[in-house]
Design a binder for this molecule. Structure first.
Ligand SMILES: Cc1ncc(COP(=O)(O)O)c(C=O)c1O
Length: 584
């Protein structure tokens, strides 16, 4: 295997000028047993007010995994929990094994708390991506989540462009899916980056065809600035579309990125939430032939195994194709533990991780020690034979097997929600049109016509269903402009008795061109609802659609200049089904 290529020509001018923190260089000496540390400006740990950090946590078996697309409810393990205690001081001599209050709450290097950092490194290199095809393999660095990881990657690879000051030929660009997670766009737009949408299908980014990656790059108009040297992409359970890019498509896109020297920033918060059942269930509901190839696969069959059947069965990252070392991957514990952890990591070739460490030193320094200690303790437990008295009750922990089992259980819970929402949406896609008007049942003897209100694909991953409205079938289509009709539908759904809050498509439009046609789409989040309520809430939503298709006017739906946030404020007192999801 060849070493990764040198990407330094893509570094921002600030990245090239960064030097390491000289005080952080001394940290490696801090842990020499018995050393009198007169060098660092470290507060005294005896003054930290926390004697221990304690929690009652789930056992890894709490949630039932999916099983070949069948729905299983949580078993006896659902209520089981365990206790963990992080002591004030661990007696572990090796800092790699020390999970204690005194160490976790002290200043650390940009690499973070050693046991946490080495767990992430081991999990990433040996289990998540066991087949990265460059010499030495990738390195990792902890972040405070994917948002932080993206912001730091952008800091490393882009220069700010100011139209008042700079030539257009200096303007840098970033490719992304034509509907995309908007926080990423909000990160790059103020820096003057040219955000360049690439056409998508139900899987994700297109390599070929009109508006696909090859088309965008081959026909690049240099009057808009430099051809993009970066790509931001969510390839699994794409936010907002729920698509998952096949390995075959990834190979095509990677080849184009190699040819045009593009760095791929892969944001993959939903990687463990892949739903192999979606394709087959969609086909079954629609009477289409079932693609047997979409069943369970072992993606590592021709390389090193991850050591876990579950991980081997997941569509792998771009890293598994990354012969050049041009992939910068963002991971997060936000969807696997909790968003409030603010913990994640970046995986990339070592030289890029080194630059990211320099950025980290002057930005976050490291993630919060509270979080690192609690997560490290949960997964790793105390890694030593002799612990302080406080930790004697707390030897149990998930370990790698438990962590992977936990991930599988989460996939099960979200997959069942996805199935419940999609089967209900599937049953409710049509309204019956008779000579007497629109009905929701076929009981009448008159000649009936089925009118489709929306279309969607079952999401193969993530937390969202992306629906496309068929407003062309609405009786008021033609009398009102469709964007106005769509906005009225959104307001109608927020009203009683439907009380459903949907994510309007314009929230995910990175360019004016996409924005102009974004009224056709809504994003529905199934993740935040209790599993038992998903069907009922979706029935309510479908009822809302039906009632809207029967409307003969838009009275009361257009407001008087009220914006969306005002509507949301008005809804605050009601029990609204939140399909929007929050924070994402
Ligand atoms: C695609 C994508 N990236 C990043 C995030 C935010 O991740 P984090 O909480 O780790 O910053 C989200 C949250 O919804 C997301 O959907």
């Amino acid at each position: 295997m060849a070493p990764p290529v040198d990407l330094s020509h893509h570094y921002a001018s600030t990245t090239k000028r960064r030097v390491g923190s000289s005080i952080k260089d001394l940290y490696k000496y801090f842990f020499i047993p018995g050393i009198a540390n007169l060098a660092g400006g470290l507060p005294n740990p005896s003054y930290f007010p926390y004697d221990t950090l304690e929690a009652t946590v789930a056992t890894p078996q709490r949630f039932q995994p999916s099983s070949n697309g069948t729905t299983k409810k949580s078993g006896d393990d659902a209520k089981s929990s365990m206790r963990l205690i992080v002591p004030k001081e661990s007696h572990a001599t090796d800092v790699q094994n020390r999970i204690d209050v005194a160490t976790a709450l002290q200043y650390v290097t940009a690499e973070g708390l050693p046991p946490m950092a080495s767990f992430v490194r081991q999990f990433t290199r040996h289990h998540l991506h066991p087949n990265v095809p460059y010499a030495g393999g990738p390195d990792t660095i902890l972040t405070t989540g994917a948002t932080d990881g993206f912001s730091k990657s952008i800091e490393v690879f882009t220069n700010v462009w100011d139209p008042e000051r700079d030539w257009i030929s200096q303007r840098e660009g970033i490719l992304c899916e034509e509907f995309v997670y908007m926080n990423a766009v909000a990160t790059v737009k103020p820096r003057g980056l040219n955000v360049v949408p690439v056409a998508i299908d139900t899987q994700g980014m297109l390599a070929r065809g009109k508006g696909g990656l090859a088309d965008v790059l081959e026909n690049w108009d240099f009057r808009k600035g430099r051809r993009p040297h970066l790509m931001y992409t969510i390839t699994i359970g794409q936010n907002p579309t729920g698509g998952t890019l096949s390995v075959e498509r990834k190979k095509e896109i990677y080849a184009l990125c190699h040819r045009y020297d593009i760095i791929i920033i892969e944001d993959d918060p939903y990687w463990n939430l892949q739903y192999p059942s979606a394709t087959a269930l969609e086909a079954q509901h629609r009477g289409s032939p079932i693609d047997t190839a979409s069943g369970k696969r072992n993606y590592n069959a021709h390389g090193k195994s991850s050591g876990y059947e579950f991980l081997d069965s997941l569509v792998p990252s771009y890293l598994s194709l990354d012969t050049d070392g041009r992939v910068v991957r963002l991971d997060t514990f936000s969807k696997t533990i909790a968003p409030g952890c603010r913990l994640g990591w970046i995986t990339a070739q070592p030289a890029v991780i080194e630059r990211l460490a320099r950025v980290t030193e002057t930005a976050t320094q490291a993630p919060s020690g509270f979080v690192q200690a609690m997560v490290a303790k949960l997964i790793l437990g105390q890694q030593t034979e002799r612990t302080s008295t406080n930790s004697s009750k707390s030897d149990c922990s998930w370990q790698m097997d438990g962590w992977v089992r936990w991930l599988e259980g989460l996939r099960g819970g979200y997959e069942r929600r996805m199935q419940d929402m999609c089967s209900t949406l599937e049953e409710g896609r049509y309204i019956i049109a008779t000579d007497a008007g629109l009905e929701s049942s076929e009981e009448s003897w008159e000649v009936v016509d089925k009118v489709q209100m929306y279309d969607f694909s079952w999401p193969t991953g993530g937390m969202f269903v992306w629906i496309k409205l068929r407003l062309d079938t609405h009786p008021l289509y033609g009398r009102y402009n469709p964007a106005r009709l769509s906005k009225a539908l959104w307001v109608h759904l927020t009203q009683k008795p439907y009380l459903c809050l949907l994510g309007p498509g314009d929230l995910f439009a990175p360019s004016q061109e996409t924005l102009n046609r974004s009224w056709q789409y809504y994003r529905l989040c199934f993740a935040a609802m209790p599993e038992a309520d998903v069907k009922d809430i979706t029935v309510r939503l479908v009822d809302g659609f039906r009632a809207f298709w029967k409307r003969t006017d838009l009275d009361g739906l257009e407001g008087n200049g009220e914006d969306m946030s005002q509507v949301v404020r008005n809804m605050e007192k009601e029990r609204v089904a939140n399909f929007l999801g929050s924070g994402c």
